[in-house]
Write a protein that binds this ligand. Structure first.
Ligand code: GLA
Length: 328
């Protein structure tokens, strides 16, 4: 009796295992992101999964907030049978270490959003990269701020710019540099553009701290234009302005990403967050995984540098734009 039961159990187990083994995707790719709580990266994951479903591969999604977790994740991916991974690293200087670890495990690598840098500070151009046209998107933010200032008829003498910055990371430095260049080229006085450097990670609380420090130094500004490297960096500054009791219609804030500010744009009562330059997180997630898949499957070498564009969204048009971009 005991024997029969064991045999039956074996049969049941086999029935469970065989079909899944037979249908399991042969190709598995990892998708590692530095801030899995940020909607930008959730959108990338969602579209990576979409590519996997359409083309027939598995996506193993792992949050990697620090270097140790990143290196462990690479070992785990290899153990799980992955052949490559897409990554937005928590620190671009980990690039050489990540590449060494990937090579040791026989894994292919594509970077997304944040580009690896070598020990001498130069980009690791040999590693395929997909990310924003950072300067251009920054310029769009600067232009949106300047144009809305004009629309409101503010006297420019009464206006200052608060630019939250994260200059340790090249892509985010290029965005805020682009915004500042655009504002000055459009005629905004450079000496009233103030930077508020964010410490460590771009999150709402760290941006709020950076903005508070700046507001302490400039308590008498009548109107503010607010920009920054991404939505959370700008939302933190908006919260700081609110904390200082600055009226909603005395500030115009524009972010970048467009994914992390939807709740803000949906608020029944407008805040000073005017809009954002929507980036193509979905395209980046989909394309990076697709390119990785064909690299593994057919040996098709990926392009080394692919850039994505942005588009202004505001309370008025965000629903429609998200729909047009397939991101709603
Ligand atoms: C960086 C930022 C993200 C997002 C991406 C876009 O990784 O941290 O918020 O802006 O760039 O490429």
């Amino acid at each position: 009796m005991k024997q029969i039961r064991t045999w039956l159990l074996g049969l049941a187990l086999a029935a469970l295992l065989v079909p899944s083994a037979a249908f399991a995707a042969d190709i598995k790719i990892g998708f590692l992101v530095k801030q899995p709580e940020e909607p930008w990266f959730q959108v990338e994951w969602k579209f990576a999964d979409k590519a996997g479903e359409e083309l027939g591969f598995d996506v193993i999604k792992i949050g990697v907030p620090d270097g140790e977790k990143t290196l462990n994740a690479i070992d785990n991916l290899a153990a799980a049978g992955a052949q490559g991974f897409v990554i937005c690293t928590p620190d671009v200087r980990l690039g050489p270490g990540i590449m060494a670890k990937a090579r040791a495990n026989g894994l292919k690598v594509i970077t997304v959003d944040d580009r690896f840098v070598a020990a001498d500070g130069s980009y690791m151009e040999e590693v395929p990269y997909i990310g924003m046209s950072a300067e251009k998107i920054g310029r769009q933010m600067g232009e949106a701020l300047f144009t809305e200032m004009k629309n409101r008829g503010w006297n420019m003498d009464d206006v200052s710019v608060m630019m939250t910055t994260f200059e340790e990371l090249d892509t985010t430095r290029e965005r805020t540099d682009g915004a500042i260049a655009q504002l000055t080229e459009m005629g905004f006085p450079a000496d009233r553009i103030y930077k508020a450097p964010i410490q460590q990670r771009m999150e709402i609380p760290t941006a709020l701290d950076a903005a508070n420090t700046l507001l302490t130094r400039h308590p008498n500004v009548k109107y503010w234009l607010v920009g920054g490297p991404n939505d959370n960096s700008v939302l933190g500054a908006v919260r700081a302005l609110e904390g200082w009791g600055i009226a909603v219609d005395s500030a115009i804030a524009v972010g970048i990403n467009g994914t992390d500010c939807i709740g803000e744009l949906e608020k029944a009562n407008p805040t000073s967050f005017y809009g954002s330059i929507l980036g193509l997180a979905g395209v980046e997630g989909y394309e990076s995984s697709k390119i990785m898949y064909y690299w593994i499957k057919d040996g098709k070498e990926p392009p080394l540098d692919t850039r994505t564009v942005g588009r202004l969204i505001t309370r008025e048009n965000f629903r429609q734009v998200l729909q047009e971009e397939g991101m709603d």
